[in-house]
Design a protein around this ligand. Structure first.
Ligand code: PMT
Length: 446
């Protein structure tokens, strides 16, 4: 498949070379177009050497005798048709603004308007420029038009400031392009219901009992599931995040509202992933008026419903249920206890006492626990973690071979299943008996 990389003019332009390499590693054919400003930071020759193609730097033919490492005479319409995806890395505030407003005064912006292929932008800029309402409004416009925004990372920026604005990791950009190209549509046909964010329980008209969940983990799961071909229902407690494009968002506030939304939508779902941090208690009385300071106060709390446990009770055969567990001590031990108590297929245990992961962080680290396995998911971005969790979910979906021990009594007569018979698992799923194994006490079923 063919990808056009657009390089616009920021200090991160040199990293576009790594983006090209990362795409090539996945056997994608890559061509590059550069804006005038990008050429102030890096020469077209670098990309021409990496791709083996001339680099497009202008809408107009190059004057006679100009260096052969760039080619301006290529039709933008032809290039727009050639590309299966357009990814702009780095995307500057200026390029994003031009895209959002339909300006077409150079090759890149003209191609953006002319292409019908998926478009991805990987912004990189100074943190103040990134946070400026004009930039955020332009990004929102682009998201609404289906452009995939590969969020920048946070850290030390070339301008000397610290904050969001670093170009995303080239490997990550490449995997976003692969997803956009539908190279890993392994969740096609699935309906994935995801809960995200932290619920809020009112104390009075202005105060609530809440938690530090930002929704980042759940939104990352929603974006990952959507880009892997699933239909996604995202049931979200309050979050400042913009929902991923093409995901159905259901907004809730309290644990009770989340329960009602989950139970009403779960019949549609084939996979349920509960990453929300749901309140375990709510005040027994909600004051009508703002509470006044009158000295010490005692508030009685009542337990909320355990939504996950209810989901497990109401599950239908074939529905896969994955919980999350936020632990601050003995994560594996407590996570396994939760897995068994709640009766879920798997639980993602994160040790939220660890600095830099868990609540309101861009990173997470976890263990994916099933009844028989514990898969370590070391610290990584929440978006990558989302894909790793979904990899495991896809793994659970594959037909599993089961070894069934039969009692001597069952084997004594006609009870021995023949090749075409079906058997049931504990969860009620049906399996077709494939073959009788050599031992007369065991059969293998799939
Ligand atoms: O949102 P972020 O800032 O990105 O942070 C992500 C996260 C830390 C919130 C996330 O990774 C996480 O751990 N989510 C689960 C948080 C939690 O409430 O864990 P728990 O161990 O208290 O609950 C276990 C499971 O039961 C969870 O799937 C929870 O959704 C569910 N639950 C809990 C209480 C309740 N009343 N009903 C439930 O369904």
């Amino acid at each position: 498949m063919k990808v056009m990389v657009g390089v616009s003019g920021g200090i991160a332009a040199y990293k576009a070379a790594e983006v090209v390499r990362a795409l090539q590693k996945h056997a994608l054919e890559v061509r590059v177009t550069m804006t005038d400003s990008a050429r102030q930071f890096i020469q077209p020759l670098t990309f021409a050497a990496l791709t083996g193609h001339k680099v497009i730097t202008s809408l107009w033919p190059a004057p006679d005798g100009e260096s052969g490492d760039s080619d301006a005479s290529i039709e933008h319409i032809a290039e727009a048709q050639w590309a299966d995806a357009l990814v702009v890395a780095p995307a500057t505030a200026n390029t994003l603004a031009k895209f959002a407003h339909g300006l077409a005064d150079d090759f890149l912006t003209t191609m953006y308007l002319a292409t019908t292929a998926p478009v991805l932008v990987a912004p990189a800029m100074n943190v103040n420029m990134w946070e400026h309402p004009a930039t955020q409004a332009n990004l929102e416009t682009l998201r609404q038009r289906g452009v995939r925004v590969i969020e920048p990372g946070a850290g030390y920026l070339a301008c000397g400031m610290v904050g969001a604005g670093r170009l995303a990791d080239p490997e990550y950009i490449a995997s976003a392009v692969l997803n956009a190209l539908g190279r890993s549509h392994d969740l096609a046909g699935e309906v994935v219901l995801i809960t995200a964010g932290g619920t809020r329980e009112a104390l009075d008209p202005v105060r609530f009992l809440g938690n530090r969940s930002s929704g980042k983990m759940g939104y990352a799961l929603a974006e990952a599931a959507q880009s892997r071909g699933a239909r996604v229902i995202l049931i979200s407690a309050p979050s400042a995040l913009y929902p991923p494009a093409h995901v159905e968002l259901v907004k809730v506030t309290t644990a009770d509202e989340m329960r009602a939304a989950v139970l009403s939508r779960m019949p549609e779902a084939t996979v349920i992933v509960k990453s929300a941090a749901v309140a375990d208690y709510r005040p027994s009385i909600v004051a009508d008026q703002k509470l006044k300071r009158t000295g010490p106060m005692t508030i009685e709390f009542l337990p909320t419903e355990d939504i996950l446990a209810e989901v497990v009770r109401q599950r239908r055969p074939g529905q896969l249920i994955v919980g999350f567990a936020a632990e601050t001590q003995n994560p594996l031990e407590n996570g396994r206890a939760k897995l068994l108590k709640k009766g879920v297929d798997a639980i993602v245990v994160n040790d939220v006492s660890r600095v830099g992961i868990g609540f309101d962080s861009d990173q997470n680290g976890a263990t994916f626990l099933t009844a028989t396995t514990a898969i370590d998911l070391p610290e990584m971005s929440k978006r990558k973690m989302a894909d790793r969790v979904l990899d495991e979910v896809v793994g659970l979906r594959r037909p599993q071979s089961l070894l069934v021990e039969l009692s001597v009594a069952e084997l004594s007569g006609e009870a021995l299943p023949s090749k075409s018979q079906t058997a049931s698992s504990d969860q009620g799923s049906e399996f077709v008996v494939k073959a009788a194994a050599s031992s007369r006490r065991q059969i293998i079923i799939e």
